[in-house]
Each structure stands twice: as structure tokens, then as C-alpha cells.
Write a protein that binds this ligand. Sequence first.
Ligand code: PAF
Length: 287
Amino acid sequence: MELITEIEAMREGSRRWHRQGETVALVPTMGAFHAGHLALMRRARELASRTVVSIFVNPLQFGPHEDLSRYPRRLEADLQAAQAMGVDVVFAPSEAVMYPAGEETARVEMGRIAQVLCGRFRPIHFNGVATVVAKLFHIVEPDWAVFGQKDGQQVAIVRKLVRDLNFPVAIEVVPTVREASGLAMSSRNEYLSADERLKAAGLYAALREAEERFRAGERERQALVSVVETALAARGIEPEYVELVDADELRPAPEQLVPGRYLLALAAWVGQARLIDNVVLEVAATA
Ligand code: PAF
């Protein structure tokens, strides 16, 4: 496995593979690998003959009072894990390499979809994500890029980025990997104490209650949202939001669900960690 830190070397490596008839899958990450990242790498290896994992804690996607400085960084352990997964290249550029223009760098503006759900509380976050993902696509020129469903809004935004700006990249989404308690794997779980971890498992438990009601035939948006809110309140969790939106454009679902794919998504603070989770609800078209 090779560690590359410069843009030209990364681009040239990928172009060399393509000239040799190989295909490339990219897994964009901010490092501090957990089982969720490993699942993305495993999928990338199935899709393409070469796998690139990028590790870059992107300052553009952190607000001024967010956790940029304490976000976990452990390149050595990540390199070992990536190697064990059979990754071909880890691309780990410095901030100066990625953003030589500093504050004056050009940015991608995603519009409304970046301002809803988590975007209401993290207004610069998704434009920062879209900017760095666009750069990574230009640098690595992958055939596939692999993301986790845990970041449901990020998935919708990356799909829109690819569609609207015509990136020749196929987006692959891997189901959320969970701890035995149901808690979605996240690098930010490291901020939780043992008690908080137990409490945080309530996020998925609440979503599951709504999913059960949906399976039992409930089709009213507000009823499904209320199930989650009530289940969270019973566990002493006050969410930033609980919303049911269409999974592609993230617009509020109609009051009575019609056939389509929906995202039941939430964010909540548990201790020092801002956690997100979601389930996908699909209403099949009736024949
Ligand atoms: O999901 C993440 O870890 C980040 O948002 C991403 C996609 C690597 C962009 O920095």
C-alpha cells in the first residue's frame, strides 16, 4: 500500500491505472477508522480493481465553534487498518496542499438542500463537504465513490453534486454499520462516556419504533415523527430535529405518504457529541 500526500502524484497514479485498463473506487474519509469505514473499503474493493482511501479532516466543513481541533486524528493506526483491508493507496494531503488559497478558495454552493435538516444547525457544513468532495473527484478521478448511509443528507448532497456538475463518478452507498446496542458507528462516539453510549443507543431505538409503526401501516408523516420524538423524550434525549423528508431532494414528506423513498432523520446532542442517524422508509407503488 502506498501513502500519497501530493495532488499530482495521486492524479498521475490514478491515470496510470486507468491507462492499464484498471478501475478505481474512492472512499473519502476524515480518518479515525471504525467498522463503518472498513465496510466502505470492503465495498470499494468489490467494485473496482483499485481502491483509494482519502484521509483529510476538512476544515471547510466545520463551523467556527465546532470540533475541528479535537476531531480524532491517528494516521498511523489508520494506515495499518487500510493496509489490512487491501487498500492500494491512502491519499492524505495536508491542509496547505488542499487549500493553498486558504480562506479565498473557491467553493461549491449547494443551495437549499444544504440548509435543511442538519444544515439548519450547521449552515456551512454541506457546502464544505461538497467542495472537498468535488476536489477529491478531480484529484483521484475515480469510477466509483463509496459513502455510508449513516450520513443520509450527505449522500443526497453528493448525488446532487454529481448530477448537477456532471461528475463521471458512480455513487455507491453502504448501509449503516451499528454497534450491538444499535448505536450507529461514528468517529464522534469517542466523545461519549460509557453511560452516554447507553443513552445514545436510544437514537436508533426511537427510529426503530417508528419503523415498526410504518411497517404496521402508519402513513401519516406527523404520526411517524411523533413516535420518534416521544421515544426520545422517554429516554431523556432532546433532539435538534426529527424530520421525515423525501430521500433525494430532502423536501418535507407529504402529510400522507405517497409512493416513494423517504428519510426519517434526526440529530441530537448526547454529552459532548452531536450524533445523527436515519432510517429509510419506502412506500411501494400499489399495482
Ligand atoms: O463523511 C465524511 O467523513 C466527510 O464528510 C467526507 C465525505 C470525507 C468529506 O470530508
